[in-house]
Design a protein around this ligand. Structure first.
Ligand code: PMV
Length: 298
């Protein structure tokens, strides 16, 4: 039994999406793939790139998450092998991709045929183990793929685009738990509700306009909204010096726009630089980052 799932990048709108604002996001492929077979007893998940195995009662979050999936599907013995094609914890939806791939593989092993909606329900349970208040954008893109505007509780409205969106993706190498970053914004909102809510509203406006720019094929416009979004994210205290350095280097190399993607506090940076991708990757290289070009929504 073998199953796959997508990763994701948020082009615009992370954090504000937790509070009901729209976000513009697209899938990355490949994300994760999972093979499942009946095991010699009990449940074990092996994550190939980390060369680590997890079991439901080993005290780890991944162990607990896979245990939850097995309980929901009535699976008591399974040997799962997971391959991840994304940087873990880098803001590109690796955890949701793992959850969706595992849910699909386990459902197949259990002889259950699940539609995408049922897979997303299972993957939401997986996501809740890792961060307390997920908006749902990660596991929705992981299951469905494509590019669209996601609203919490409403789902994904797909955009009709002429083709995938090429983006430069660079990993700062810094790591922060999404849970901690989301909690940080919640604390800011408690301390300074008016300022924080105005910022979240402004991000919502940026997302709506950015989606129009993307649909119209206006790369320069979309890039401007990415830069605005990055400033608003910095004012929510989720950026870092390293993120700002990579964004500035990308813009100096000709990118229309650059910003963090995902929870921030490190993780990955995206840059929209049609025809200037090589210059952006070269600029990042001088900062010690091996970036790559990804096709979002393919
Ligand atoms: O860091 P990631 O890939 O899990 O993305 C988090 C995106 C947030 O908007 C910060 C949180 C969420 O649940 O939408």
């Amino acid at each position: 039994m073998s199953a796959t799932a997508h990763g994701k990048v948020i082009l615009l709108g992370e954090h504000a999406v937790v509070y009901g604002q729209p976000c513009l996001a697209g899938s990355l492929h490949p994300g994760a793939s999972c093979d499942a077979e009946h095991g010699p007893g009990g449940v074990r998940l092996h994550v190939v790139p980390w060369d680590r195995s997890f079991t439901p009662d080993d005290g780890s979050e991944i162990g607990r998450a896979v245990g939850g999936l097995c309980a929901a599907l009535g699976v008591s013995d399974a040997a799962l092998t997971l391959t991840l094609s994304l940087p873990g914890g880098g803001g590109v939806g690796s955890s949701a991709a793992m959850g969706v791939a595992c849910a699909r593989a386990l459902a197949e092993l259990a002889g259950r045929s699940l539609d995408d909606h049922a897979v997303m329900e299972l993957a939401l349970g997986w996501e809740r183990v890792f961060h307390g208040n997920p908006s749902g954008v990660d596991h929705t893109l992981a299951a469905l793929g494509g590019v669209g505007v996601f609203v919490r509780g409403e789902g994904l409205r797909r955009l009709r685009l002429r083709g995938p969106v090429p983006l430069c993706l660079g990993d700062t190498g810094e790591r922060s738990a999404t849970r901690a970053m989301v909690e940080g914004v919640a604390v800011l909102r408690t301390r300074n509700p008016a300022m924080t809510d105005r910022t979240l509203d402004a991000i919502g406006v940026v997302v709506r306009n950015g989606a129009l720019a993307l649909e119209a094929g206006d790369a320069k416009g979309l890039g401007d909204f990415m830069n605005l979004n990055q400033n608003l994210l910095a004012s929510l205290l989720v950026s870092t010096e390293r993120i700002e350095d990579l964004c500035a280097a990308a813009r100096d190399a000709g990118a229309y726009g650059a910003k963090l993607t995902g929870g921030g506090g490190g993780g990955c940076v995206i840059a929209l630089a049609p025809g200037r991708e090589d210059a952006v990757l070269a600029a990042w290289k001088t900062l010690g980052v091996d970036g790559r070009v990804v096709q979002v929504g393919r």
